[in-house]
Design a protein around this ligand. Sequence first.
Ligand SMILES: NC(=O)c1ccc[n+]([C@@H]2O[C@H](COP(=O)([O-])OP(=O)(O)OC[C@H]3O[C@@H](n4cnc5c(N)ncnc54)[C@H](O)[C@@H]3O)[C@@H](O)[C@H]2O)c1
Length: 246
Amino acid sequence: MSTHRKVAVVTGAAQGFGRAISVGLAVRGIDIVAVDLSDSEETLAEVEAAGARGVSLKADVSIPETTERLAAVLEAEFGGCDILVNNAGIYPNVSFSDIDYELWQRVQRINLDSQFLMSKAVVPLMARGKWGRIVNITSNSVALPAPGLSHYMASKMGVIGFTRGLANDVAGDGITVNAVGPTASLTPGGKAHIDPEVITSLSMAQAIKRPGGPQDIVGTVLFLASEDSAWVTGQTIMADGGLTRL
Ligand SMILES: NC(=O)c1ccc[n+]([C@@H]2O[C@H](COP(=O)([O-])OP(=O)(O)OC[C@H]3O[C@@H](n4cnc5c(N)ncnc54)[C@H](O)[C@@H]3O)[C@@H](O)[C@H]2O)c1
């Protein structure tokens, strides 16, 4: 078991699930590199209040240049990387007839290509230490008849496939790769992009009948980021109040 102080990269860390995950990791003594297009200052303040070190990287996770920038920050500031949470994503609700190729590609780039690019940055560092945890955020919508999300569902099924594939290729380096699927939730993005009536009606179909919020996937991500999940890889866990069942 590794005993050194760990560092986690969390993408989309400025708000929503990414912010809650960053703080949850920090409370367990894990330092954070918060990657986001926006300022992550509020997240870093909470990370530091929890007693961990926080560094922010203002960057677009969907472009290859960020891979080098992230690797350089990790090397210079922490000398390695232990955990990657690929959380950044967008979910514009657009009917198929209104999705043009540009939007289709943008959604694939931000939701799926980013997970490949960030993994390329950290896997060599994790392999050096023969230990790593990669947690990819997908969505339970892949299992639901959700309208206006064909571009999004394609990207999030891609995340599940990438998770299964990458798990094979990095297991020999002590790295596990798993995915977590939240449900429609009251994050800042969820409040902006999902009809509140949809969130309420979905929550009534869950086993646990309340809308989800930013905290609701944190425990699942912490488990998959920990030593305790060492025998779990290539899996997808829907942390969604029991709406979908595998
Ligand atoms: N909230 C939901 O209802 C819900 C449900 C299922 C899955 N998810 C998934 O959870 C993840 C987080 O969602 P959220 O609700 O917290 O979203 P959010 O919109 O509240 O926050 C997303 C964060 O990601 C950042 N981001 C977006 N594109 C980026 C890019 N190219 N580079 C760097 N940062 C970028 C944004 O600036 C923002 O801070 C997403 O992958 C989303 O698909 C959300």
